[in-house]
Design a protein around this ligand. Structure first.
Ligand code: PLP
Length: 452
């Protein structure tokens, strides 16, 4: 196979367009535009096939929390591959990396989330959650408690289960989704949907939709509510302060399990180990992936409370699992990633230094004529673009057109930001320096100016 970094970009792009079906991409367009070919990465920077240095303000797909180029993780993977490249965790077998990572996660996770069921991704972990919560209620003698309530515009993965839990209309329109017994309430997106309502009141109103939905379905039919502490792919939707305490009250009052999807928020993104800690949530289950290995190896999982794990454990065999549940190489990489996060105090540093500085610089962008709101939570943020700041109006063009133009200007200026509709999103590595933040802001302003 002669295909390498040394081939000219257009040849790589032509081969890519001919043979590679990309996720979340209009593949036919690739033949004309060609995909951006990334060849190397170090720290917060990517290098493309033309040798350009690109600032990655998205940490890949919200996942490279410790930044690129940490050879310790490569060494951990190589050591593990030599020692035990694979063994499974089915049928009463286990191995040391799976044990070590489970113990470490139990130590890091809040309150009694002391148990992990491994998966290879966030989607798979959420599929596990669907079966786990229904199995749990059946084991407790309440088999009718099956419906899982989620939120419109949420993203919880791309498998049949994950995409059904998600509330993305575009995904539901393809391939026969959602699966039965999933229901939805509205997201706490004050900027877009709050109108004249005060944010605190809006947060309460959106949370109380959960209580209304439970009443409509009957609490005896509801298994769980799932949500991200901060909705990420939906557009970095930071809920008003009133939202989570009310959601927690409702789940507790009606015996509904609370699943916090921490695939993005986990492992430092919001300035604590988990978003649940930032927002004072006490989930029964947490979905984890992405930052667990900083994206260096595929791994995810469900962190489960002692009570849920106990009931499920005593109910006999849970007929569920993946060949790569607790893959030894991924576990070894994740352990090394957690060691770095902990020993280098990366999360404390985010909380005390980087996030406050980023928040200050990010807020300055609200002065830009196109930006209606610059919101930020730890190391994830969004710019809401609008033609009229006062009314928070939408652009006359179809939603997303201006965002796409801005995203393309960012690409041209060697900055990776993502657009969700007309919101510009960042989720940079936790290791960003002040100089990196300054460069990001400078490139963002340039790109916004060119979008006008
Ligand atoms: N849950 C959330 C909140 C996510 O953001 C994602 C991915 O972006 C997933 C689940 C799915 O994770 P994966 O892509 O690893 O399957």
């Amino acid at each position: 196979n002669k295909i390498s970094n040394h081939l000219p970009t257009n040849e790589l792009q032509a081969l890519d367009a001919a043979h590679h079906m990309h996720p979340f991409t209009a593949n036919a367009e690739l033949a004309d535009t060609g995909a951006l070919v990334i060849t190397r990465a170090d720290g917060v920077n990517l290098t493309d096939s033309e040798g350009n240095q690109i600032l990655d303000a998205m940490s890949g797909l919200w996942c490279v929390n410790i930044g690129y180029g940490r050879t310790e993780l490569a060494d951990a993977a190589a050591r593990q591959m030599r020692e035990l490249p694979y063994y499974n965790t089915f049928f009463q077998t286990t191995h040391v990396p799976a044990i070590a990572l489970a113990s470490k996660l139990a130590e890091l996770a809040p309150h009694d989330l002391n148990n992990v069921f491994y998966a290879c991704s966030g989607s798979e972990a959420n599929d596990t959650n669907i079966r786990l919560v229904r199995h749990y209620w059946a084991a407790k003698g309440k088999p009718t408690k099956k419906t899982i309530i989620s939120r419109h515009n949420a993203y919880h993965g791309s498998t049949m289960g994950g995409a059904s839990l998600g509330g993305m209309k575009g995904m539901h329109a393809q391939g026969g989704l959602p699966i039965p017994d999933i229901d939805y309430i509205d997201q706490p997106n004050w900027y877009v949907e709050g109108g004249d309502t005060d944010p605190a009141e809006f947060g309460l109103e959106r949370a109380r939709q959960l209580e209304t939905k439970i009443a409509e379905l009957g609490a005896d039919n509801v298994a769980a509510f799932i949500a991200e502490p901060v909705q990420g792919a939906g557009g970095v939707i930071i809920p008003p302060e009133t939202y989570w305490p009310e959601i927690q009250r409702i789940c507790d009052a009606h015996e509904i399990l609370l699943i916090a999807d921490e695939v993005i928020c986990g492992f430092g993104r919001t300035g604590n180990w988990f978003g649940s800690q930032t927002f004072g949530i006490k989930p029964d289950i947490m979905t984890i992936a992405k930052g667990l290995s900083s994206g260096y190896a595929p791994i995810g999982g469900s962190m489960v409370s002692d009570e849920v794990a106990d009931v499920v454990g005593k109910a006999g065999e849970f007929n569920h699992g993946y060949t790569y549940s607790g893959h030894p190489v991924s576990c070894a990489v994740a352990l090394e990633n957690l060691r770095i996060l902990e020993e280098e105090k990366l999360i404390e540093n985010v909380r005390e230094n980087t996030a406050p500085y980023l928040a200050k610089r990010w807020a300055e962008l609200e002065a830009h004529p196109l930006v209606g709101q610059a919101r930020i939570c730890g190391m994830m943020g969004a710019l809401a673009l609008t033609p009229d700041k006062a009314s928070r109006a939408k652009f006359a063009s179809e939603v997303g057109v201006v965002g796409l133009i801005c995203r393309n200007r960012c690409f041209a200026n060697h900055l990776i930001m993502r657009h969700v509709g007309d919101q510009m999103i960042i989720s940079p590595p936790l290791t960003m320096s002040r100089a990196d933040i300054d460069r990001m802001i400078e490139l963002a302003v340039k790109s916004l100016d060119e979008t006008l």
